[in-house]
Write a protein that binds this ligand. Structure first.
Ligand SMILES: *[C@@H]1O[C@H](CO)[C@@H](O)[C@H](O)[C@H]1NC(C)=O
Ligand SMILES: *[C@@H]1O[C@H](CO)[C@@H](O)[C@H](O)[C@H]1NC(C)=O
Ligand SMILES: *[C@@H]1O[C@H](CO)[C@@H](O)[C@H](O)[C@H]1NC(C)=O
Length: 312
């Protein structure tokens, strides 16, 4: 009984803590996984070298996703020009090597800011994504991304429909996000053209911050309480500290409980396994004894019935 409560609590705590933990993917990574699925669903008896547009559900309206299946060897030797805004020169190598790849194209449209918020900057173009997956199983979901390296000249991204730079702004820049979501900036290659040697998400931005938004003060206990945009600082500080202390105490208590539960759970699990092993051993032994008798018993039971029925 106590064990059951403990197990429930344990599960609750793990479930409850998982969204905050590092294991849960960011919204952008969750979107990558979804779009991989939608791109692969577009492949019905696909030909290599042909672009297939995926369809997305209503909550992703405005997002475009497409898939292009290529042989890695062909990509390396010949490249591929005009995959929407992307152009691959010869020399693009897939790592680790697989025979065929799917190049998945994203255009996040109006949802660019939502999935790739970039305070202090203004997007002049939607975020475009280029991710690479193994094409071996076209019904696979949750695939992990492959890397690509442009070993010769870079892959070019020629943005279309770039908004005009707001007057008085500094020069626009290319921004590149790898899978970790960390932005990296570099200059444009040409008007509306960015260059990349790798996969990821790309856009053109301008620095729009005359006043850089200061990061909020973060105490040691800040992660435990949801951070609120503090308006009236003076009165809310004492309140914050009180909540922090209470939260800390509760968290400590829960942690201790969790530890106790975990130890008990482990012990219980071990006992269970030992018991099950003992049971399995027993049933096996019984089955062995039974099997030597079974044919005799079955034969004598069924035969007379069938024969008498056919004769009658
Ligand atoms: C795929 O979508 C693009 C626009 O996003 C369009 O230009 C192209 O014609 C579509 N291709 C197919 C095969 O429907
Ligand atoms: C392909 O992936 C699907 C979904 O993950 C899986 O059920 C199926 O067994 C896979 N097929 C092969 C041939 O690996
Ligand atoms: C934007 O430009 C301003 C002034 O040139 C600079 O101080 C600031 O650090 C830049 N902001 C970002 C986020 O790079």
């Amino acid at each position: 009984m106590g064990f059951l409560i403990c197990a429930c609590l344990l599960q609750l705590l793990f479930l409850g803590s998982s969204p905050a933990a590092a294991q849960s993917p960011s919204p952008a990574r969750a979107l990558d996984a979804m779009l991989q699925d939608y791109a692969y669903r577009a492949f019905v008896r696909p030909h290599t070298g042909i672009v297939y547009n995926g369809t997305v559900p209503a909550d992703l309206a405005g997002v475009a996703v497409s898939g292009l299946r290529l042989r890695s060897g062909s990509l390396r030797r010949k490249g591929f020009s005009d995959y929407f805004e992307f152009s691959f020169p010869p020399g693009v190598i897939v790592q680790p090597y697989v025979e065929r790849v799917v190049l998945v194209y994203h255009n996040l449209g109006e949802l660019s800011e939502k999935y790739y918020p970039l305070p202090g900057y203004t997007y002049l173009s939607p975020i475009l994504g280029l991710l690479v997956y193994d094409a071996a199983n076209l019904s696979a979901v949750g695939l992990s991304e492959l890397s690509i390296v442009a070993s010769g000249s870079p892959i070019s991204v020629s943005f279309s429909n770039v908004r005009a730079v707001p007057s008085g702004s500094p020069a626009p820049q290319c921004v590149w996000f790898d899978l970790d979501g960390v932005p990296q900036f570099r200059g444009l290659e040409a008007n509306n053209v960015c260059a990349t040697y790798r996969r990821g998400h790309f856009s053109i931005v301008v620095n729009s911050s005359d006043v850089a938004p200061a990061p909020g003060p973060s105490g040691a206990i800040a992660p435990l309480i949801p951070t609120d945009g503090g308006r009236n600082k003076g009165s809310s500080d004492a309140w914050k500290i009180a909540v922090g202390v209470v939260g800390g105490v509760i968290a400590l208590g829960l942690l201790a409980l969790l530890l106790v539960c975990f130890v008990r759970y482990k012990r219980e699990k071990k006992m269970e396994v030992m018991e099950r092993n003992a049971e399995v051993g027993e049933t096996l032994r019984m089955a062995q004894v039974g099997r030597s008798q079974a044919p005799v018993a079955l034969g004598t039971r069924t035969k007379p019935v069938i024969e008498s029925e056919y004769v009658a």
